[in-house]
Design a protein around this ligand. Structure first.
Ligand code: TXA
Ligand code: MG
Length: 316
């Protein structure tokens, strides 16, 4: 049963306790309702993808109560600080280099060395973020492929029974998602138009660059998502002596090294460990490739297989 919580102190305390326990709680922001999870808890983040039925692991936005708290996880250049001073709290998401000591899970960032951070302009959301005291990953609180919800009942229509609670803060005032801006390079790149206009951002950043065309959606997306440098071979039924094994259940014999995604073949556990596993195997010396055991193509298995397929495609 999904509980509907009020935005009083008791409701916010309850929502924070659920999030701290690894449960999923949807909450209103000024843009749309987000499906929140403790970003430092990979299993909780895996459940977000499961609840949304997302066929792939997109990197998620981490939400913070203020800029200082966000800066503990990323490295903001001066332009990012200026944007935050001007637009936070508000519907602007900044993609920044992730600090190596950030506790945000690899899965929340889809294995990237960047992190998207935002401070929402919404009183109850900020109260919740302060009380929970951890970065909260929150994609829009809708099943994959459906429109983003702007009321609590809209959230329940899509996700009732699949999440612990919804913090009901009434309708969202902006109604479209935040603007996503990559400020990791010399020129800011507009990744997604949203609640803050490109014109007002350009006043601070100078001319914006557009992302590099529709190739981003195709296998070329490998460039923007973490891809291991070693070739990946899917659905392996045997392992060569110079291969590393990404195991799912009892491991195949003979690998140079084994990373176990889930001994008990649990898809949420495997999803939570996927990016860390690819990076661990990739860091091993003198291996010729990564052999990945078959993952069932159901539920989160679809997203895992999507990621492995991207990693297995020929490189440019
Ligand atoms: O308004 C919003 O931003 C809402 C509310 C809940 O805060 N959240 C939201 O999250 O729209 P989501 O997951 O639906 O969208 C996240 C967007 C995606 O387009 C994703 O590709 C991009 O942000 N993104 C996240 N992390 C990124 C990263 N490290 N690099 C590039 N893009 C990133
Ligand atoms: Mg969305």
């Amino acid at each position: 049963m999904t509980r509907l919580l009020a935005i009083d102190a008791a409701g916010i305390a309850e929502a924070a306790a659920l999030l701290s326990a690894g449960e999923l709680v949807a909450f209103g922001t000024e843009t749309v309702y987000g499906l929140g999870a403790d970003a430092t808890d990979a299993l909780a983040v895996a459940r977000v993808f499961e609840a949304k039925g997302r066929p792939r692991f997109n990197p998620l936005i981490c939400h913070f109560p203020d800029a200082e708290t966000a800066w503990a996880h990323v490295e903001p250049p001066p332009v990012a600080r200026a944007l935050a001073a001007r637009f936070w709290p508000g519907p602007l998401t900044l993609v920044l280099r992730r600090r190596s000591d950030s506790a945000v899970s690899q899965l929340a960032a889809a294995g990237l060395d960047t992190l998207a951070v935002r401070v929402p302009a919404h009183r109850a959301a900020l109260d919740l973020l302060r009380v929970v005291g951890r970065p909260i990953a929150a994609p829009s609180a809708n099943p994959s492929g459906r429109i983003s919800p702007t009321t609590a009942s809209h959230v329940l229509q899509g996700l009732a029974g699949r999440i612990a609670a919804v913090l009901d803060s009434g309708p969202c005032v902006v109604g479209v998602e935040s603007t996503v801006l990559d400020v990791t390079g010399a020129a800011a790149i507009l990744l997604r138009p949203g609640g803050v206009t490109a014109e007002s951002i350009a006043e601070i950043t100078g001319p914006l660059r557009r992302p590099a065309g529709p190739a981003i959606r195709s296998p070329g997306m490998l460039a923007s998502h973490y891809a291991p440098s070693l070739p990946v071979r899917m659905d392996a039924t045997s392992v060569a002596a110079d291969e590393m094994l990404l195991a799912f259940g009892p491991p195949l014999a003979g690998a140079k090294a084994v990373y176990q995604l889930s001994e008990r073949q649990d898809l949420a556990e495997a999803a939570a460990r996927l990016f860390a596993g690819l990076q661990a195997l990739d860091a091993c010396d003198r291996a010729a490739g990564i052999a990945a055991m078959a993952i069932p193509a159901t539920g989160l298995g679809r997203a895992i297989n999507d990621r492995l397929l991207r990693a297995s495609l020929p490189r440019r």
